[in-house]
Design a binder for this molecule. Structure first.
Ligand code: SF4
Length: 375
C-alpha cells in the first residue's frame, strides 16, 4: 500500500464541505483535546476557528515549548542548479524559459560552502536542485554530499523524487533528510500546474514519501504550495499524509512547510488563492495543536517581523541568509532567483533577533546528531 491508495479514498469536495461546515462547538472540542485527529485539525483551520486565534496561539506556544524548549534550528539552502526538465507553470526555472542555466561544478560548490561558513556557523545545509536527472542526478548529488559533509553535520536535499534505492545510496553519502513539496494534493488540478516533465506524474511524486520511508531517511519534510488550490483542503490532505507516514515509518522525524506564493509582478503566474498572515498564523497554530512533535519550518519567503513573531509561537526551524539562485553566495551573486526572498537579514542578524526574543537559535540540528548515534 502507498499513500496514493489511501488518498484515492478521500474526496477533495467532501473534505472542503466538511471544513466549511465546522462549528464553534467543533473548534472548542478540538481545543480541549490533548490528541487531535484530522477531523479536529479541519475544525482548527476552518473559518469557525478565527475567533479563537489567541487561544490557539497560547496552546501552540505551550506544546512547542514542551517538546522543543525555546530552540529554533537555523539552516541555509544552497541551489546547485537552475537547470530543469519540468514545466511547472508558476516557476521561472521551467524548461521552456530561455534563460541561462547553471550547474555548479564541484569546485564551485566548495567555494559556496566556504562562503556560507563565513556568513554564519551553519551546520545544517539544504541542497536544492531543479529536476535534471541527466546532468544533476544521483551521481552528482552523491559527490556533492561527499564534499558538503566536510563542512556541515546535517545534510538535507530538496531535489526530484527518487527511487528507494537512490535514497539509500545518498544516505550512504551522508544524507540525513529529504524535503519534497507535493505542491497540491488535488489530483485533478495537479496537471494544470505541472503539464510536462517527470513532475507531471502525480503518483510518482506523492509516493516518493513512501520511498523515502522505505529507505529509512531520518527526516522527511512535506509541504504544499499555498496559492494553487484551496489551502484548507490541501493542508488537510497533508495532515492525512503526515499521519499515514508517521504510522507507517514511525522511526522517521517529520517537518512541514507552507510556502506562500505572492502575486507576481511583470505578468508572471498569479496565485489562485492568497493566504493572509492571519491565516498562515492560524494554520501554524492548528498544525502544532494537531501534532506536538512535527518540526514547523518557515523560509525567508516570509517577512522578518512575521517570522520573528511566529518564532515564539510554534515555528521550530528557519532558514536564514538564503540565496535562491545557484551559486548565489559566492560564484554568481547576481543570477536569477527562483523566488524573491522577503527576509534579507544576515544570518547573524536573524540569530541576534531570535536571542532578543528569548529564543535559543542553534546552527545545528540537534535531533539529527541524535539520530546518527541511534543507528
Ligand atoms: S518548481 Fe522545481 S521542478 Fe518545477 S520548474 Fe521550478 S525548479 Fe523545476
Amino acid at each position: 500500500m502507498f499513500f496514493s491508495d489511501y488518498l484515492s479514498n478521500i474526496s477533495w469536495e467532501d473534505t472542503t464541505k466538511k471544513i466549511f461546515s465546522k462549528t464553534d462547538n467543533d473548534v472548542r472540542r478540538a481545543l480541549a483535546k490533548e490528541r487531535c485527529d484530522v477531523d479536529d485539525f479541519m475544525a482548527l483551520i476552518s473559518p469557525a476557528a478565527e475567533p479563537y486565534l489567541e487561544q490557539m496561539a497560547a496552546l501552540s506556544r505551550h506544546y512547542t515549548e514542551e517538546r522543543f524548549g525555546k530552540t529554533i534550528s537555523l539552516f541555509i539552502p544552497l541551489y546547485l542548479t537552475n537547470s530543469c526538465a519540468n514545466g511547472c507553470v508558476y516557476c521561472g526555472f521551467h524548461a521552456s524559459n530561455p534563460m541561462p542555466r547553471t550547474i555548479l561544478t564541484f569546485s564551485q560548490m566548495e567555494d559556496e560552502f566556504r562562503a556560507i561558513k563565513e556568513s554564519g556557523p551553519f551546520e545544517s545545509l539544504l541542497l536544492v536542485t531543479g529536476e535534471n536527472p541527466a546532468k544533476a542526478g544521483v551521481k552528482y548529488l552523491s559527490q556533492a554530499l561527499d564534499i558538503a559533509k566536510k563542512y556541515f553535520d546535517d545534510l538535507k536535499i530538496e531535489v526530484m523524487p527518487l527511487s528507494a534505492e537512490d535514497y539509500s545510496e545518498l544516505a550512504r553519502h551522508g544524507l540525513n533528510g529529504v524535503i519534497c513539496f507535493q505542491e497540491t494534493y488535488n489530483k485533478e488540478r495537479y496537471n494544470v500546474y505541472h503539464p510536462s516533465g517527470r513532475k507531471a506524474d502525480f503518483n510518482w511524486r506523492l509516493n516518493g514519501f513512501d520511498r523515502m520511508g522505505q529507505a529509512g531517511v531520518h527526516s522527511i519534510g512535506l509541504g504544499v504550495l499555498i496559492g494553487l488550490e484551496d489551502w484548507r483542503t490541501d493542508v488537510t490532505m497533508m495532515a492525512h499524509h503526515l499521519r499515514y507516514l508517521q504510522r507507517t515509518y514511525w522511526r522517521t522525524r517529520y517537518s512541514v512547510n507552507f510556502p506562500r506564493m505572492r502575486p507576481a509582478e511583470n505578468g508572471g503566474f498569479q496565485p489562485n488563492v492568497i493566504m493572509s498572515d492571519k491565516e498562515l498564523a492560524q494554520l501554524t497554530f492548528a498544525m502544532r495543536i494537531f501534532d506536538h512533535t512535527v518540526d514547523i519550518s518557515y523560509s525567508t519567503r516570509e517577512l522578518p517581523a512575521f517570522r520573528d513573531n511566529m518564532a515564539t509561537l510554534g515555528v521550530t526551524t528557519m532558514s536564514a541568509g538564503s540565496k535562491t539562485d545557484p551559486g548565489g553566495y559566492y560564484t554568481y551573486p547576481q543570477s536569477l532567483e527562483q523566488f524573491h526572498v522577503s527576509d534579507e537579514r544576515t544570518p547573524s542578524e536573524v540569530f541576534s533577533r531570535l536571542r532578543e526574543l528569548g529564543r535559543e537559535p542553534v546552527w545545528k540540528d540537534w535531533d539529527s546528531s541524535f539520530d546518527k548515534t541511534r543507528i
